[in-house]
Design a protein around this ligand. Structure first.
Ligand code: NAD
Length: 482
């Protein structure tokens, strides 16, 4: 399917041009411009907000099965077209075709899950302390929701917000990242045919500084759900609290994977490979710190380096690649600054650290591993967002857990161990929203809550039935029957 990206805004049920366009460059081949993408004006953002305000009460009152059918239709189509749409996503984001396909499939599952959730809106009754009075506790839609999403999982992060927002009767204004607008147009095109009324769902493409800023400062929006960096998240928390707008922020992290002395070496190596380098390391759940017990350190590093040498980096369409390119030039340049910085600090480069020249010109780099690093170095405290991991050697489990928790972030944390006791101690003491035992730090299910602690998350959890905390408001009704 081809799209008219120059008319890529979707406001009040119609496609529209913006006030300008930007190019959408394929990071696997920078001579390939995927399209010239419409950029919305502030006035167009206001139009979308007005349309959403009008449509929302009608959508909230729409019969449940009609809502369910719309969400089911979107989910089914995403799954049916995951090959084609996954390729488009990979072309603009840089992940492999297989990863792109997996992301679209998972996005379809989010819509299917929340289609069913439409029927699970069950309230509670309570007895009153005053005789003869009935109490009902029910949930209603929060209203108009602004959704601001990142480029690294452009369709999945949006799907896990849009699907529950619509399921619980809200109207949506979606602002995706400007690096990945084509996937946003493709998802919107599917939503536009799902049967939801005009104005219920709107797409406004543009930069964070213009379109994003207009959304987060609006007094006519009831809630903002955001996934992205801590820096942007902080701006959103400040702007929304000034207007008492509800907000939910999922942000960066600095996840750790502990390799305990009794770890199965092959499980440890595969968890480190998957957690640190899949998605070109551009995952909020990536294991960028590998905390390794002294007595298994040398053996683990040798086995990991051997496995890293087998990882194929290439163009998103090439069969058998493990890693595509970095998403854009700014991220690519930043990665090499971090590599130089880690060398300056005294880290020893154990593998990679190179720019790669392949047949097509793109932002290719090798997976990179540093050893002999310290947890208090900035490279181990700041989110780098690169296919790069730093090994930190520790003496015992106690030091490993203290090191893992010694961060301002707390999204995921993992341990590789064959001891039930060690696993139990770790699960209880890790200060993160998700903990993994004998699994990579990246990779979660879609029907259970997802989110972090400390500066990784702010506000109610996302996903599963927990999403209703954010997308609904509670009403307590008292009634004296006649
Ligand atoms: P980013 O913060 O730069 O941008 C995210 C979104 O916010 C984009 O749509 C952007 O245009 C918008 N934005 C930027 N400035 C804005 C402003 N002033 N007002 C309103 N909107 C604004 O993040 P990114 O580079 O797109 O994504 C990478 C980050 O996302 C990483 O930190 C990563 O860890 C995080 N992330 C977190 C999760 C999670 O669930 N915790 C998942 C994926 C990515």
């Amino acid at each position: 399917m081809t799209y008219n990206y120059e008319e890529g805004l979707y406001i009040n049920g119609s496609w529209a041009k913006g006030v300008s366009t930007i190019e959408n460059i394929n990071p696997s081949d920078i001579s390939d411009n995927i399209g010239n993408i419409a950029q919305a004006s502030i006035e167009q953002v206001q139009e979308a907000i007005i349309a959403a305000r009008i449509a929302q009460p009608l959508w909230e009152k729409t019969p449940l099965e009609q809502k369910l059918n719309a969400l089911q239709k979107i989910g089914d189509e995403l799954i049916q077209r995951c090959e084609e749409l996954g390729e488009l996503l990979a072309r603009e984001e840089g992940k492999s075709k297989a990863e792109g396909k997996g992301e679209i499939y998972r996005s379809g599952q989010f819509f299917q899950y929340y289609a069913a959730e439409v029927l699970r809106q069950i309230g509670e009754n309570a007895a009153s302390v005053r005789p003869g009075i009935d109490i009902e506790v029910t949930r209603e839609s929060v209203g108009v929701v602004g959704i601001i999403s990142p480029w690294n999982f452009p369709t999945a992060t949006a799907a896990w917000k849009i699907a529950p927002a619509l399921a619980f009767g809200n109207a949506v204004i979606w602002k995706p990242a400007n690096l990945t607008p084509a996937s946003a147009v493709a998802l919107t095109e599917i939503i536009s045919r799902s049967g939801i009324p005009a104005g219920t769902f709107n797409l406004v493409l543009g930069s964070g500084a213009t379109v994003g800023d207009a959304l987060i400062n609006s007094k006519d929006i009831n809630a903002i759900s955001f996934t992205g960096s801590v820096e942007t998240g902080r701006k959103i928390a400040i702007a929304t609290s000034a207007n008492f707008v509800k907000c939910q922020l999922e942000m960066g992290s600095k996840n750790s994977l502990i390799v305990a002395s009794d770890a199965d070496l092959s499980i440890a190596v595969e968890a480190a490979i998957g957690g640190s380098f899949s998605g070109t390391g551009q995952k909020c759940t990536a294991s960028s710190r590998l905390i390794v017990l002294e007595d298994i350190h040398d053996e683990f590093v040798a086995a990991l380096v051997k496995r890293m040498a087998e990882l194929k980096v290439g163009h998103y369409l090439e069969e058998g690649i493990f890693m595509g390119p970095v998403s854009d030039k700014a991220q690519f340049d930043s990665n090499f600054k971090w590599i130089e910085r880690t060398k300056e600090l005294g880290g020893k480069l154990a593998f990679g650290g190179e720019k790669l020249s392949l047949e097509k010109e793109g932002y290719y780099m090798s997976p990179t591993l540093f050893v002999d690093t310290k947890n208090d170095w900035d490279v181990n405290q700041e989110e780098v967002f690169a296919p790069m991991a730093c090994v930190i050697k520790v003496q015992d489990l106690d030091e490993a857990i203290k090191t893992a928790n010694d961060t301002r972030f707390g999204l995921t944390a993992g341990i590789i161990t064959s001891s039930l006791k060690t696993a139990s101690i770790f699960k209880k003491s890790a200060q993160s929203g998700c903990v993994m035992v004998n699994l990579p730090t990246a990779g979660t299910d879609y029907h259970v809550p997802f989110g972090g602690r400390k500066q990784s998350s702010f506000g109610p959890r996302e996903q599963g039935s927990y999403a209703k905390e954010f997308y609904t408001v509670v009403k307590t009704a008292y009634q004296r029957p006649y």
